[in-house]
Design a protein. Structure first.
Ligand code: F6P
Length: 495
């Protein structure tokens, strides 16, 4: 089994004299002001939560956009800060963007065009020429920052996600003969079928950008196949479905699946700490919960891909059809607001608020209300307490590359109790068939599944949770990173 230590040894053996540079939009630690004090928090991002333990094990440099209000105050050499702030293990190199650049590149092209384009959730992508221009410009700024860091040395560059689709090509174009640079990119969100992708006016530039990588990774094989089909339909490229390889203008790119994961052992151990029980007691007091209450939880960024209204509608169906649970059932929906300046996010937040209000009005019993909706940046300890106090967890994404909340819930259930209700449309569903799999678009069936979760015998819970824990423990985040690095190294020797 891969551990932080074995990954660290693997990296020093395989990467040898190569620099290891990770690049992403989102940074793993964000510094902000609390009054006059500077503090920091870990953003609610699957990508950063997954990669931070890898960087802690491997060391190296992580280049990302510095988005916190106090980010500039803590850096040295104009952009570097050692992280994790309490126990530094690697360098975070921050890249600065103007508000206009953030608006066009992040809110605009990344999240109003590519995000809805890749997630099939019936939210129309918006393609704005000026956003696209800024997206290109910002990818160039990332390339400058990377090449400055490489400084003609040998480097493995591990690029993350859809914000940086043009980056590999810009890096390779600007670097000269490229024998010193190997790039891999991991696409953390789904890749749609060619029919869907072809509406993007700049699809060729995006595909060319990605094909400059030596290795391109997706969570599941289905997304790799969609990508290869998209290339086959649109470009004069040789697509080898058997070898999972694309050759374009003489350059080969391997396209492979690597299901991302969590640091299972750390979560499982942290779940057993006595401070978690203290926090559970605090939260129960704060929410006025009593011992016999059946507690469910959902933890998400408030995003329209997560199926939050759909899970609320399922809870409505469940309570309507099973009134004996009114007053005895509470669902805690926790999370933080995300991408709030985008209209589609404003709409989904209004819809969630309205549903919570209606359901709480319909099924209130005295002061007891069935839904508690939290919109705050909860500490890691509170999130752990929520996972521990809930006898079931709902992940109801309408479409999701992987979904790490599902794996975090499993990793936290060290006593093999608890039930995971999981959307079939997540990458995680492929690895966790022992969850109760649901179609979030079918509220009645979904409501029935909530009842099934509540009524599941302790023996069945144990059997299912044990199997899921074995899967997540074996396929942990260190295995994911080791698999990517093992593949990357092959490019040096052309194996
Ligand atoms: O984990 C998937 C992901 O899309 C990441 O790409 C992203 O960092 C994360 O969700 C959170 O979104 P944001 O960085 O926009 O807050």
């Amino acid at each position: 089994m891969w551990t932080s230590k074995s990954l660290s040894e693997h990296v020093s053996e395989k990467l040898r004299d190569y620099l290891f540079i990770v690049v992403s939009n989102r940074e793993p630690y964000i510094h902000t002001f609390k009054g006059n004090e500077i503090t920091y928090y870990v953003p609610p991002s699957g990508l950063t939560v997954a990669l931070d333990p890898v960087m802690r094990a491997c060391g190296g440099t992580w280049i990302a956009y510095g988005s916190g209000s106090a980010d500039r105050k803590v850096v040295y050499k104009g952009h570097n800060v050692a992280v994790p702030p309490d126990e530094p293990k690697y360098t975070l190199k921050r890249l600065w963007l103007t508000p206009e650049q953030e608006e066009g590149y992040y809110s605009g092209f990344s999240n109003e065009a590519l995000w809805p384009l890749c997630h099939i959730v019936y939210t129309r992508p918006m393609f704005d020429e000026s956003d696209w221009k800024i997206y290109k410009k910002v990818n160039t700024l990332f390339a400058q920052s990377v090449l400055e860091e490489v400084n003609n040395k040998k480097a493995f560059i591990f690029i993350q996600d859809y914000h940086l689709a043009l980056l590999p090509k810009i890096i390779k174009d600007q670097n000269g003969d490229n024998s010193n640079i190997i790039t891999a990119q991991f696409w953390h969100i789904p890749w749609p079928n060619p029919e869907v992708f072809r509406i993007c006016p700049w699809q060729l530039e995006i595909l060319e950008g990605l094909l400059a990588n030596d290795l391109l990774g997706f969570h599941i094989r289905y997304h790799c196949n969609n990508f290869m089909e998209t290339v086959a339909r649109n470009m004069e490229a040789r697509v080898d479905l058997e070898r999972h390889e694309i050759t374009y203008k003489g350059k080969k790119t391997a396209v492979q699946s690597f299901p991302i994961s969590v640091d299972f052992d750390e979560l499982s151990q942290k779940a057993q700490k006595s401070e978690v029980q203290d926090e559970i007691n605090n939260l129960k007091t704060r929410f006025g919960l009593h011992e016999e209450e059946i507690i469910g939880v959902g933890i998400d960024r408030y995003d329209y891909t997560k199926g939050i209204p759909d899970r609320l509608r399922a809870i409505d169906c469940f309570l309507k059809n099973n009134p004996q649970y009114i007053g005895k059932f509470v669902f805690i929906q926790a999370g933080v607001a995300s991408r709030e300046n985008i209209e589609a996010y404003k709409v989904i937040n209004r819809e969630i608020d309205k549903l919570v209000e209606d359901i709480n009005w319909k099924y209130a019993m005295g002061p007891h209300k069935p839904i508690i909706c939290l919109r705050e940046n909860l500490s890691q300890l509170s999130l752990m307490a929520l996972r521990r106090m809930a006898s079931f967890c709902i992940v109801s994404s309408l479409h999701d590359g992987m979904n790490l909340v599902a794996k975090e819930y499993v990793a936290s259930r060290f006593d093999n109790t608890g039930v995971l209700i999981l959307s079939r449309f997540t990458g995680a569903a492929r690895e966790l068939p022992d969850a109760l799999l649901i179609n979030p678009y079918a509220p009645d069936e979904f409501g029935e599944t909530i009842k099934r979760a509540i009524k599941m015998s302790p023996e069945e819970q144990q059997k299912r949770m044990k199997k899921m824990r074995e899967v997540v423990q074996e396929n942990n985040i260190f295995k994911w990173a080791a698999d990517v690095i093992t593949e990357l190294v092959k490019f040096e020797f052309g194996v």
